[in-house]
Design a binder for this molecule. Structure first.
Ligand code: PGA
Length: 253
């Protein structure tokens, strides 16, 4: 793993396999120029095996969700071992769009634990739906973290990547962009919670990302002033030109 990590979350895009392959080839070409930045891209599950042919050193492929059982009568679900067997090495868990469909903190914890036991690194998304001037939203983020780090073995905790994603700053309906200062404030809080749960030494090893309306213009500022080592990028990861610029801008920091 290099100094910075950019995770592209394609969400339910693009519509067809040929388009997914074109997008994947673009990412791989752009990533070839990078020296300090690793890239993970996360296509929809049906495209995983095909886009996996398009990878290179420091470019990894991830899934956008996973189930916590190994096999059995779970119609529509995908097991961590299945992702592993097609070559995915990362998985996003607890994205707010999945939490919005009814996923609980407990399920997110089980998914992160299941991914780790299959040898897949979970990118755990946490973040508040709205900010409370009194700071009450912090306790919700604490609950999200506890549900994950209380169920995974301590010796594997450093493999987890935590993405702070304020829900109000995500997607085309975002209220506004978050500022790097707001990222820093939450990252400090998250590190404190992780230190309480795991001890300072393990907590300091956990990589943190920021996500929510990241584009080629604001990306560097989150790394320089937002206290994170990487970004979780939605819409901009679907735009070859803008994503290429984003990768280059981060890599030149
Ligand atoms: P966005 O999505 O970059 O389109 O806001 C980020 C995310 O949901 O991970």
């Amino acid at each position: 793993m290099r100094e910075y990590l950019i995770v592209g979350n394609w969400k339910m895009n693009p519509e067809t396999l040929p388009k997914a392959v074109t997008l994947a080839k673009g990412v791989v070409t752009q990533a070839a120029k990078l020296k300090k930045t690793s890239v993970v891209y996360c296509p929809p599950t049906p495209f995983l095996s095909s886009v996996l042919k398009h990878k290179r050193k420091e470019v990894f492929i991830g899934a956008q969700d996973v189930f916590f059982e190994r096999s059995g009568a779970f119609t529509g679900s995908v097991a961590p071992g299945m992702l592993k067997s097609v070559g995915a090495t990362y998985v996003i868990v607890g994205h707010s769009e999945r939490r919005g469909l009814g996923e609980t903190n407990e399920m997110v914890g089980k998914k992160a634990a299941a991914a780790l036991s299959a040898g897949i690194r979970p990118v755990v998304c946490v973040g508040e739906r709205e900010r409370d001037p009194e700071g009450w939203h912090l306790s919700g983020v604490r609950d999200q973290l506890e549900a994950v780090f209380e169920v995974i073995p301590k010796q594997k905790a450093a493999q987890v990547i935590v993405a702070y994603e304020p829900v109000w700053a995500i997607g085309k309906d975002a209220v506004r962009q978050a500022t790097p200062a707001e990222s820093t404030e939450m990252v400090i809080f998250i590190r404190k919670v992780l230190a309480d749960l795991l001890g300072a030494s393990i907590a300091s090893k956990i990589m943190m990302l920021y996500g929510g309306s990241v584009d080629e213009k604001n990306a560097p500022s989150f790394i320089t002033d937002g206290s994170v080592k990487g970004l979780l990028v939605g819409r901009t990861s679907l735009d070859k030109g803008a994503f290429g610029k984003l990768l280059a801008a981060v890599d030149s920091l």
